[in-house]
Write a protein that binds this ligand. Structure first.
Ligand code: SF4
Length: 368
């Protein structure tokens, strides 16, 4: 999501006469497009901003330093107190204001803040800049209503909003006309995509309708999507993946934990059994489907037994790839009220065990 947002911001600034330089040392404006999903990601940004100290102290106003993305929304005006080098703080739904705000900061001394819009202006997506000429990400929905107890996304990206199907298809057609062959549809929870064209119920476009329309775009060779939530995954979705010739036969389905007790505490709204049933159906309906997942270790109160449940689930599913994360408390979230009682050392150990186990399982599968 942030990679695509960065392209949109660069495209917007190019439209306003700015140039992208290949080295931040040459830049008059430096934008940090940030993620708040884990503490570690935020720590890295503060350290990068801190590394500009010499330049900011020596040159004064330039480079203009902008904090954008989820950290901007999370910290808001506190970001200025946290680092004296930040000139501009702009939340993810406010990025259309960036060119104007940069102008203001360039002309006047002083700092500027713009956060909290509920929804983006649709014009944000009408930019021409893409990094990879053959593949592009296309945002279909933003925000999330799921409130998983560890996750900051609903607080910084806002509630779920689906973009009009027409706008999405036009964006894809424009990209295809530029030579893009493959796209990835993006959203925090793509399979809850829903856009109502008019008041009539029959005029609702849901995720499966949308991917059928995307499949029909002339000139597009392939498409995929991330991220699907297990609670919204269905047999109909698997059938669509199987039937649509341009749809990649792969599915990223974050499980987060193999323990029902932890899943409940995480507010994931499915059980281990439900997840395993989904995997079984997906493999029946889409033979050879590539399955990947996200997992979190060290959620508060996670015992050795709960962790072992996750290891066992890995053994059962045999994912093609897995991203394993260590829990860190995030502000605003329900889990942050719980004691972070699994030590960092245990989190690290569980992380390593799972990664190693996943590697072994994958090797076994490849070796047959
Ligand atoms: S589904 Fe859960 S983990 Fe994913 S963005 Fe929404 S709240 Fe966060």
């Amino acid at each position: 999501m942030n990679a695509r947002d960065s392209e949109l911001v660069v495209g917007m600034l190019i439209k306003h006469g700015y140039k992208l330089v290949d080295d931040s040392k040459k830049a008059d404006i430096i934008l940090f497009n940030t993620c708040s999903v884990r503490q570690h990601a935020e720590d890295r940004v503060w350290s990068e901003i801190g590394s500009l100290k010499k330049r900011k102290r020596a040159q004064g106003k330039k480079p203009i330093v902008c904090l954008i993305g989820c950290m901007a929304q999370n910290f808001q005006k506190k970001a200025f107190a946290r680092s004296e080098f930040i000139d501009l703080v702009v939340g993810p739904n406010n990025i259309s204001e960036l060119p104007g705000l940069i102008e203001t900061v360039l002309k006047k001394q002083g700092k500027s803040l713009s956060v909290g819009k509920i929804k983006r202006d649709s014009g944000v997506y009408n930019t021409e800049y893409i990094e990879d000429k053959l593949h592009c990400n296309v945002i279909i929905m933003e925000g999330c209503n799921n409130f998983c107890s560890y996750c900051i996304v609903p607080y910084v990206r806002g509630r779920e909003r689906s973009r009009p199907a027409k706008d999405i298809l036009n964006e894809i057609k424009r990209l295809v006309a530029k030579g893009v062959k493959e796209i990835t549809l993006l959203g925090q929870n793509v399979n809850s995509y829903k856009f109502q064209i008019s008041d009539s119920k029959s005029q609702i476009v849901e995720f499966i309708d949308l991917i059928k329309m995307v499949n029909d775009v002339e000139g597009l060779k392939r498409f995929g999507f991330v991220t699907a939530h297990p609670k919204d995954a269905s047999v109909e979705m698997f059938k669509a993946i199987a039937a649509l010739d341009k749809c990649k036969k792969s599915l990223h389905l974050p499980v987060q934990s193999g323990s029902d007790r932890i899943l409940k505490l995480m507010n994931r709204k499915y059980t281990r059994k439900h997840y395993l049933d989904l995997v079984k159906k997906a493999r029946e309906i889409v033979p050879g489907i590539r399955l990947t997942t996200d997992v979190m270790v060290g959620f508060p109160t996670e015992t050795d037994k709960n962790f072992q449940d996750t290891v066992d689930l890995f053994e059962d599913v045999k994912f093609d790839a897995a991203y394993v994360f260590k829990y860190s408390p995030r502000p605003h979230t329900k889990a942050s009220d719980m004691e972070d009682d699994v030590s960092m050392q245990v989190k690290k150990e569980r992380n390593q065990i799972l990664l190693k186990f996943q590697k072994q399982l994958h090797k076994k599968r490849i070796d047959g």
